[in-house]
Design a protein around this ligand. Structure first.
Ligand code: ADP
Length: 619
């Protein structure tokens, strides 16, 4: 008999918060608790099977890995038992209570911003176990760990505390007992459970048995427990594919595209991967890894093989099963492994081809894809040079000419007469772009400009510089000469001849007064309506890029900008004609402040600006 000493421990504060949130949620699809617990059991079985490859006697005589679900209306309980890897005392504490798992706070945060319905995404955050408190007022986790046969009982009513004590359990693995809440007794019905298991967990690669404890005769096997990816495509229905997708990805949308194929060549493998319809919640979380599960001959090896999928395809969930990797491979040996890099290359090409097909044959689907994953795909042009040719034609841009997003090919078709560069405007604020004076001359001359509104745009574009011999040219940087491009506009220089020398005087004054802030003052080629504008120097960092770097706290020395002046703007003309009557310092600062405001910058001395402005109004 083991000496029983019960320890009472307190949940880590974040966990408590999360439990409260789950227990009191009004979420209607509470049935997902079962999906989460079965998924954990399947993981435990996969981990054990993997470890047993190197530790031969781990499985002992309990070799058939499986999941048993038992239900009793009389006792008001549901049990979910697996003969997987189990947990020792420390693991119970770490996994189920004390340590703030990284997903905990992110899940709480996501819940704050979303409707109740989104509890369904709990599995994406790695905190699925707690969903059991939607239906239970007490949960017991009895576990016997495979390595040392340590047996412990973890128990909690899901409030602030939980207890742990050593206990008895005949068989290896974990048995979770849910004491079902009064208002959740619908789940004590074995038919209901059966339909939930078929709905969510039919393609879990281990058999699931259901047993009604009130009816001793009844034990039935619910699913086949054989891996879907090894089946013949013709034998698989769309619903099967969808459910498997939901099981492995914790996304609950329809897959946008299912890709199931056999690669045979230098390396052979079978892959079942998906392009999701919706964006997973953590797509832009820096810690997010790829979602590929690697199997060797049906044995799960790892879902943490960083090298199997490029990071910019991290939204693709799926399974890869290869016979060409040794079953005895350790997870460490998967790093820099030549077979894995070949598989990665194969997967990447296959996915890019499928996306290309979407773009050509299923335009609406492609649009959905692009809106959700376009920004991530662009990381691919930034990170690697191998895929430029494939990715560049997939890009779609908002632009100054029409409301549809266009490809680079389409851009070339609508380019203005004699246009030799691809003009773009990068800024993550779309409204800023649309209202910016930078676009004036382009609008007047009907020269199309691509809007680059994703932060990553500034980065990939430096890596590419050209599309089909046409250079990309930022219109917010350096000299832009479009005098010979597009429709002819009235040459304003003639009008201004008389005051040319006065404008020159004005420019010289601005140069002198602003020499500490501005690298150059020029007559603008871009402005047709606004008086004044800031642009980046040709050799300097683009304006938007500098803002992005600052946002990420990168220490970038603020580079001096070029101030452009529109010589035909009435305000400029007026100033040039009255240079003797105004205070040069104040005038120069006012103009610079105006340019900064147009650029969306925060003025360093707003009260100085207002003072100067007021003074002019009063005069
Ligand atoms: P996730 O499974 O996404 O990591 P959970 O909150 O569902 O998040 O589970 C937390 C952890 O508890 C798991 O990662 C696993 O280590 C452990 N665990 C949960 N259920 C079991 C089980 N049936 N057998 C072994 N370990 C388990």
């Amino acid at each position: 008999m083991v000496e029983k000493s019960k320890e009472n421990l307190t949940f880590q504060a974040e966990v408590s918060k999360l439990l409260d949130l789950v227990a009191n949620s009004l979420y209607s699809e509470r049935e997902i608790f079962l999906r989460e617990l079965i998924s954990n059991s399947a993981d435990a079985c996969e981990k054990l099977r993997y470890q047993s490859l190197s530790k031969k006697n781990l499985l002992k005589d309990d070799k058939d890995l499986k999941i048993n679900i038992r239900v009793s209306k009389k006792k008001k309980i549901i049990e979910i038992e697996d003969n997987g890897i189990g947990m020792n005392k420390q693991e119970l504490i770490d996994n189920l209570g004390t340590i703030a798992r990284s997903g905990t706070s992110r899940f709480i945060e996501a819940m704050k911003n979303k409707k109740e319905g989104d509890i369904s995404a709990i599995g994406q955050f790695g905190v699925g176990f707690y969903s059991s408190y939607m239906v239970s007022d007490k949960v017991d986790v009895l576990s016997r760990d495979a390595a040392n046969n340590e047996i412990n009982l973890w128990s909690s009513n899901g409030k602030e505390n939980y207890s742990i004590e050593s206990s008895e359990k005949e068989k290896r693995g974990t048995c979770i007992t849910l004491n079902i809440k009064k208002d959740a007794d619908e789940f004590l019905d074995s038919f209901r459970l059966r339909s939930i298991i078929t709905k969510y967990s039919n393609y879990i690669p281990f058999p699931i048995y259901l047993n009604d404890l009130d009816d001793k005769e009844k034990e039935e096997k619910i699913n086949e427990g054989s891996p879907l990816w090894l089946k013949d495509k013709n034998d698989i229905k769309d619903e099967d594919y969808k459910q498997f997708y939901n099981n492995i990805s914790f996304n609950f949308d329809e897959p946008l595209k299912t890709i199931h194929y056999n690669a045979e060549g230098v390396i052979s493998y079978r892959a079942l991967i998906y392009i999701p319809t919706n964006q997973p919640m953590d797509l832009f979380n820096a810690e997010r890894k790829n979602k590929i599960k690697l199997y060797v001959q049906k044995v799960f090896i790892t879902d943490e093989c960083d090298d199997i999928m490029p990071n910019w395809l991290r939204f693709i969930p799926g399974v890869v099963d290869s016979q060409d990797i040794s079953l005895n491979i350790s997870r460490e040996m998967l790093q820099n492994n030549p077979i894995i890099s070949k598989i990665k290359k194969g997967l990447t090409n296959k996915i890019l081809n499928e996306i290309e097909n979407l773009s050509k044959k299923e335009k609406t689907k492609f649009e959905t894809f692009w809106n959700n994953f376009g920004a991530v795909l662009k990381e691919g042009i930034y990170e690697q040079n191998d895929h430029h040719e494939k990715i560049l034609p997939l890009l779609r841009f908002e632009n100054s000419i029409n409301d549809n997003k266009i490809s680079l090919e389409e851009y070339i078709k609508i380019m203005a007469k004699d246009q030799k560069e691809i003009y773009y405007f990068a800024n993550t604020d779309k409204d800023h772009i649309k209202n910016s004076p930078q676009l004036e001359v382009f609008a007047d001359k009907k020269i199309p400009v691509l809007f680059m509104v994703d932060a990553v745009d500034e980065f990939w574009i430096q890596n590419v510089s050209k599309f089909k011999d046409l250079e990309f040219k930022s219109i917010t940087k350096g000299k832009v000469d479009v005098s010979k491009v597009g429709e002819k506009t009235k040459d304003k220089k003639d009008d201004n001849k008389k005051i040319d020398s006065k404008i020159k005087d004005l420019i010289n004054i601005l140069k002198e007064e602003l020499k500490d802030n501005i690298s150059e003052v020029l007559i603008s080629e871009r402005l047709t309506k606004s008086p004044i504008l800031l642009v980046a120097e040709e050799s300097g960092m683009d304006i938007n890029m500098e803002k992005l770097m600052k946002m990420h706290n990168q220490k970038t020395p603020a580079s001096k900008k070029i101030l452009e002046v529109n010589p035909s703007h009435p305000m400029i003309v007026n100033l040039a004609n009255n240079l003797t009557k105004v205070d040069h310092k104040k005038m120069s600062n006012l103009l610079l402040d105006q340019a900064n405001i147009l650029d969306g910058n925060i003025l360093s001395n707003p009260s100085g600006y207002l003072e100067n402005l007021t003074e002019i109004f009063i005069k």
